[in-house]
Design a protein around this ligand. Structure first.
Ligand SMILES: [Cu+2]
Length: 134
């Protein structure tokens, strides 16, 4: 019994280190002004949604905010091939990030924060995939 409990405690203790499963892909909505818009929320330690889909060659406005809390969070999307270089600190009001993906494919997005010797937020599951389609 004691051994089982210890094992369960160990498994629960390790769980935050394992990234959560991806959510279903969420496509941006194309507004009448020709801009595709999408909202993403970050928190400890996730992005919601964590799988987003945008179209290549069409301007994107990504509104990204953070859930209330003391832990700082950020958003990084970096793909020279797609012409995207985003690195922002998140706040609760939300900030708008603008870019136009130049090519199709997939690129990760993640939080760059890390506290001392603890696992970085990205390793703890604060990451997602941006898919760029035709
Ligand atoms: Cu973070």
């Amino acid at each position: 019994m004691m051994k089982g409990r210890w094992l369960r405690g160990l498994v629960l203790g390790l769980m935050p280190l394992v990234p959560e499963a991806m959510s279903a892909p969420v496509p941006a909505r194309l507004d009448p002004d020709g801009v595709q818009r999408l909202e993403v929320v970050g928190g400890s330690y996730f992005f919601r949604p964590d799988h987003i889909v945008v179209k290549a060659g069409v301007p994107v406005e990504l509104t990204v905010s953070r859930e209330p809390g003391l832990v700082p969070h950020s958003l990084v999307i970096w793909s020279p091939r797609m012409g995207i270089d985003v690195e922002v600190t998140l706040n609760s009001l939300g900030r708008v990030i603008r870019f136009t993906p130049e090519s199709t494919g997939q690129t990760p997005f993640y939080c760059r924060e890390k506290l001392l010797f603890f696992a970085g937020h990205r390793a703890r599951g604060m990451a997602g995939i941006m898919e760029v389609v035709e």
